[in-house]
Design a protein around this ligand. Structure first.
Ligand code: HEM
Length: 122
């Protein structure tokens, strides 16, 4: 039997670990830091983000929430899609200005997803 409170704590902790990792990798990319070549730095975000999504999907199924009924969840998932896409742009765009703008967009979208998850306005 899954402890829901524990799972929610895990989910929220993974949110903050994921964002922290994104910031460290983004700054490492901008500064050309050597640690960016480390295998762990390349693999860890995939593991963290997979666990984050899996914990979110498990929470939604425990609470029997569907994005079609819980519109906050639908919008949250769209914002998360935007975060993933702009996070990719922040790491891969050739121009430094574009990487900065993508990073700003990614942080705004993930902030929106967190606010939605907390206040669930609709
Ligand atoms: C980057 C991705 C994600 C972020 C930033 C995020 C953020 C959060 C936060 C901050 C909470 C706590 C809300 C509270 O205090 O009540 C939460 C809860 C939750 N999240 Fe996520 N989440 C993410 C991914 C997902 C995904 C992919 C799903 C489902 C498919 C999901 C479903 C849920 C559910 C069902 C809850 C519990 C809501 C409740 O207590 O009523 N999350 N999320």
């Amino acid at each position: 039997m899954i402890d829901v409170v524990l799972l929610k704590h895990l989910h929220v902790s993974l949110v903050f670990i994921s964002i922290s990792f994104f910031l460290v990798r983004f700054l490492g990319r901008q500064l050309g830091a050597g640690f960016m070549q480390a295998r762990a730095v390349k693999i860890a975000p995939h593991i963290i983000d997979t666990l984050l999504l899996a914990s979110g999907i498990t929470l939604a199924s425990i609470y029997r929430l569907s994005p079609l009924d819980a519109h906050w969840l639908l919008v949250k998932l769209i914002l998360i899609g935007g975060y993933i896409g702009s996070g990719f742009g922040a790491m891969k765009a050739p121009a430094e200005l574009h990487r900065n703008l993508f990073a700003l967009l990614a942080l705004s979208l993930i902030t929106g997803a967190i606010v939605l998850a907390v206040i669930k306005p609709f």
